[in-house]
Write a protein that binds this ligand. Sequence first.
Ligand SMILES: C[S@@+](CC[C@H](N)C(=O)[O-])C[C@H]1O[C@@H](n2cnc3c(N)ncnc32)[C@H](O)[C@@H]1O
Length: 168
Amino acid sequence: MRRSYAGSYRDKIAVLEKLLDGFEGKRVLEIGCGGGEVVRALEDTGAIASCADVENRHASASHVNCSATEISQMFEGESFDCVLALALFGSPLAQWCMENGTNLRETEMTILGQARAVLKPGGLFIVYNADSWLPHLTELKTRDFEATGFSLEAATGNDTLILRAEKP
Ligand SMILES: C[S@@+](CC[C@H](N)C(=O)[O-])C[C@H]1O[C@@H](n2cnc3c(N)ncnc32)[C@H](O)[C@@H]1O
């Protein structure tokens, strides 16, 4: 039975479902999952969902308590069809960098590399932000994406960035 969600989560899932052409049987990893609302919604749509966050607000077997900068140590390489970062880039990551004394831009690049490492060839990394951070991320420049083995597939409006993992 489907659970009911706050409108914003339902909206996010609907957008993502369209982008991925359905979640049924797809292996999806959400990094920066917060309380796990999106992960639970993904599971209801048939996805095989895993998640990670530096905080431990979502207790479940599929949750790993770690930073997005270390997911390749925690999850099997080339094992996901999709990695999601929903409202992680922007102020949450900037705050984490400040608290941990790391450089924001370098951290963003590290996360791109980590996402690529756990994606299957041709898998999708979807960055979805509800704030105005995306123009900055888009400016993280095509050549940066390429340096981490991604091609920029689409930037839809101001809130969604879709990167496809290219493998040699
Ligand atoms: C605004 S919440 C978004 C939660 C969820 N993705 C959503 O869309 O509802 C941002 C989350 O990013 C997490 N976060 C911040 N820096 C992180 C990092 N370096 N690695 C993993 N998670 C991080 C925070 O702990 C927080 O749970």
